[in-house]
Each structure stands twice: as structure tokens, then as C-alpha cells.
Design a protein around this ligand. Structure first.
Ligand SMILES: Nc1ncnc2c1ncn2[C@@H]1O[C@H](COP(=O)(O)OP(=O)(O)OP(=O)(O)O)[C@@H](O)[C@H]1O
Ligand SMILES: CC(C)(CO)[C@@H](O)C(=O)[O-]
Ligand code: BAL
Length: 310
């Protein structure tokens, strides 16, 4: 297992990115058809198998892989959620080493926000005010602002005389976040390719999440109703039947320990609701939900595709 270099400041990261790319270049990377490449994987730490699969994807596609571990206060609307967010840097660095990550950027809050909360932020607009944004006001402006900063910190642009392909990895589990990051990169001309990584699930279907550790065994078992409802919806759609959202909602509501926030069927690119009331789905869609399970808020989603219109 290699031990990744741990960088605490933007200046250290910049120097380490330049050095790592130069070493790869000297070893012959980027000399053929494929340019030299750098993969960035932003996280908030408390890493699990979902994160591991993003690291694996980045490792498979890039010469240099940078992971970031930063709990971004700007995206928390609930101070208690921020206070208790799990902090496990030592174990995280171990997982990142096992995944072959080269550099780990774990800055302090003062490094990222030296003047305190920034005056100028990236606005997530109308799309950022729906679903997760409706329940967590300001969340997506905070996410986009820090992702913009992280993309700048790790940018290979200035680090090398040769062109470097820059890819950034995000989980499909945070579907709305992913759509918004794609929009930011397109709307603001970031020179970065956004790569989506499929949701990694526990054996009972629950999406892996750093907050799952807060569930006691009873709530943990109850939470499995969320993927059950999503997969029941998907199975109907895959069989060419209309999506019965009401039945899927009823399944969740029958579990008293789970309080549904939203459950909808949306366009995967725009997140506009697509709610056929009788006929089958006419184009690929995404089922999207959030629920409170005990003290934990969980989100999940699943693509829906009608084989007759695929
Ligand atoms: N189960 C998963 N499968 C694939 N990607 C995931 C999964 N869980 C998280 N990710 C991705 O990992 C990245 C970092 O997410 P984050 O560190 O917030 O972890 P998390 O488990 O989503 O934590 P939480 O849900 O408690 O905020 C995001 O791009 C997120 O979509
Ligand atoms: C992308 C991210 C690391 C930004 O803080 C965070 O929102 C997350 O972990 O999904
Ligand atoms: N994975 C999304 C980060 C958050 O819940 O704040």
C-alpha cells in the first residue's frame, strides 16, 4: 500500500500537484495519444465503499489522483448536523492509501475561508432551491462555491508545460448535486470533465452514506424501505408498466420510523417533475427521494427506464 502525501495548505497542494505531474511526465506518461491526466475526488471524509468506488474510478483513468477531505461549513444549514458530522481523518488517509490515491488535501476552515464566509458565492439558482435545496436552504450555493474552490486548488493548468486532462468525480447518490455541478462547469466554462460514479449500496440496498453510522440497529433496518420503494418502482417501469409513485410512497409511509420528505419522478438532466398519472414513462427518468430516519436525513435515487421507449 502506498502512503498518500497529506497536504494542509493550498500552496502545498499546488507544489505537490506540479511535482507529481512532472514525475509522471518524466516516467513517460502523456507521451502517447493520451495526454497526462489528473483526477480530483472531493469528499467530506468519513470514507466508505461509495467513496472507495470513486477513488477506484479516478485511479483507473488518471496518472495522478487527488482526494480532498473537507467538511464545508458553508453547505450546512443545520449547525447540529455540522457539529456531529463524523471526523475520521486517520482512517480516511488509510483508505485513500489502499485505493492508490497520490495526494490528499485536507485543509482547515481558515485555509479555505480566510476571511470567514465568502461575500461572493456561486448561485445554484432555481434548480438549487428544489428538493434538497428546499429542505436545506443555501446548501447548494455552499456546495458549488466550495467545489469551484477545490477545482481551482487542484487545477493542473499552471502546473505543467504540457496539456493535462482534468477530471472530477462525484457520486450519483447526490443526484441533484451532480446535476448542479455539471451546470456550473458548463455555465462557467470550467476546464474540467465531470465524471459520475454509480451508487454503492449495502447488501439490503441502502445507499452507503457517512451518516448511516448514526442509525441505531432498529432505524438501520427500517431505512431499507427506501431502496425497496425505489426498486419496486423501477421493476414496474422495467416491465413496461406505468410508474406507480403513489404505491411506492405508500410503501414508505407504512414504515412508521421513516418520515418521507419528498419522493418524485424527474427528468435526469433538469430535475423537472415527470409524473405520468396513467401511461408508461415515455423517456428515461430518475426517482428521487429524501427521508428522515430517526435523527438522520437520508437521500437516494434510482434511474427508471421503460424498455419500450429506451
Ligand atoms: N453510496 C455512494 N455511492 C457512490 N458515491 C457516493 C456514495 N455516497 C457518497 N458518494 C459520493 O461521495 C462524494 C462525497 O460525499 P460525502 O463525503 O458527502 O459522503 P456521503 O456518504 O454522501 O455523506 P453524507 O451522505 O452523510 O453527506 C459525493 O460525490 C457523493 O455523491
Ligand atoms: C462535493 C462535496 C465534497 C462538497 O463539499 C460534498 O457536497 C459531498 O461530499 O458530496
Ligand atoms: N453528500 C452531500 C453533502 C452534504 O450532505 O452536505
Amino acid at each position: 500500500m502506498n502512503s498518500p502525501q497529506l497536504l494542509r495548505t493550498a500552496a502545498e497542494l499546488k507544489a505537490a500537484v506540479a511535482e507529481a505531474l512532472a514525475a509522471k511526465s518524466a516516467a513517460g506518461a502523456g507521451a502517447g495519444e493520451e495526454p497526462l491526466s489528473l483526477g480530483l475526488v472531493p469528499t467530506m471524509g468519513a470514507l466508505h465503499q461509495g467513496h472507495r468506488s470513486m477513488m477506484d474510478a479516478a485511479r483507473a483513468e488518471n496518472d495522478v489522483v487527488v482526494a480532498t477531505v473537507f467538511i464545508n461549513p458553508l453547505q450546512f444549514n443545520d449547525p447540529e448536523d455540522l457539529r456531529r458530522y463524523p471526523r475520521t481523518l486517520e482512517a480516511d488517509v488509510e483508505l485513500l492509501g489502499a485505493a492508490g490515491v497520490d495526494l490528499v488535501f485536507a485543509p482547515d476552515e481558515d485555509e479555505v475561508y480566510p476571511e470567514g464566509a465568502p461575500l461572493v458565492r456561486v448561485s445554484s439558482g432555481e434548480l438549487g432551491a428544489r428538493y434538497e435545496g428546499a429542505s436545506r436552504p443555501g446548501h447548494f450555493d455552499g456546495v458549488l462555491t466550495v467545489v469551484a474552490k477545490l477545482l481551482h486548488y487542484a487545477s493542473p493548468a499552471a502546473a505543467s508545460g504540457t496539456p493535462v486532462r482534468y477530471r472530477a468525480y462525484f457520486g450519483q447518490k447526490d443526484a441533484q448535486q451532480l446535476v448542479l455541478i455539471r451546470r456550473m462547469v458548463a455555465d462557467l466554462n470550467f476546464d474540467t470533465e465531470v465524471r459520475a460514479v454509480p451508487v454503492v449500496r449495502a447488501p439490503d440496498g441502502l445507499a452507503e452514506s457517512s451518516r448511516n453510522g448514526f442509525l441505531d440497529p432498529v432505524h438501520r433496518r427500517a431505512a431499507a424501505v427506501l431502496p425497496r420503494a425505489l426498486f419496486s418502482l423501477r421493476d414496474r417501469v422495467s416491465a413496461g408498466e406505468p410508474p406507480d409513485l403513489a404505491a411506492a410512497v405508500a410503501l414508505v409511509k407504512a414504515q412508521p420510523l421513516v418520515e418521507l420528505d419528498y419522493f418524485d419522478i424527474v427528468d435526469p438532466q433538469t430535475l423537472q417533475p415527470l409524473r405520468p398519472t396513467d401511461g408508461p414513462l415515455e423517456k428515461p427518468a430518475l426517482a428521487l427521494l429524501a427521508a428522515q430516519v430517526g435523527s438522520v436525513r437520508l437521500i437516494d435515487n434510482l434511474p427508471l427506464e421503460n424498455p419500450d421507449t429506451a
